[in-house]
Structure formats: structure tokens, C-alpha cells
Write a protein that binds this ligand. Structure first.
Ligand SMILES: [Zn+2]
Length: 70
């Protein structure tokens, strides 16, 4: 298992968190953030990001079907 951590607070990231980073910020970003730190830089609620990730996931977005930590 590969572990991915938030660039800012070092929290371990879930697969959905990683996928949302790629979805919102592009596939070539070098730094990944957790929902909380991402919400600060995007100026929105962390809850909203979590729901957004769920939405993308259930709509079949390919980024969310991939396993980033396996
Ligand atoms: Zn963080």
C-alpha cells in the first residue's frame, strides 16, 4: 500500500481526496491536499468538497475509479 499525505497538514489522504485534487486542479499537479486544506485554498466548505467528490464518483468519473493508494 502506498500512502499519500496532504502537502500542508500531512493528513493521510483517502482515494477520493486524491481523485478530487486531480479533478479540480489538473492531473499534473505535484502537491495534493486533504478536503480541509483544499477548502481553505478554494474558499469553500470542506463538506462541500466531500459531497462534490461523492457526486463525481457516482456519476462515473474515471478519476474516481482509479486506485491511487493501492
Ligand atoms: Zn491538509
Amino acid at each position: 500500500m502506498k500512502k499519500v499525505h496532504c502537502h500542508k497538514c500531512k493528513t493521510e489522504l483517502s482515494n477520493d481526496e486524491i481523485a478530487l485534487n486531480l479533478k479540480l486542479l489538473g492531473k499534473h499537479i505535484g502537491t495534493l491536499h486533504c478536503y480541509r486544506c483544499l477548502s481553505v485554498s478554494l474558499r469553500c466548505e470542506a463538506d462541500r468538497l466531500e459531497k462534490l467528490a461523492e457526486q463525481y464518483k457516482s456519476s462515473g468519473c474515471l478519476l474516481f475509479q482509479k486506485n491511487y493508494t493501492g
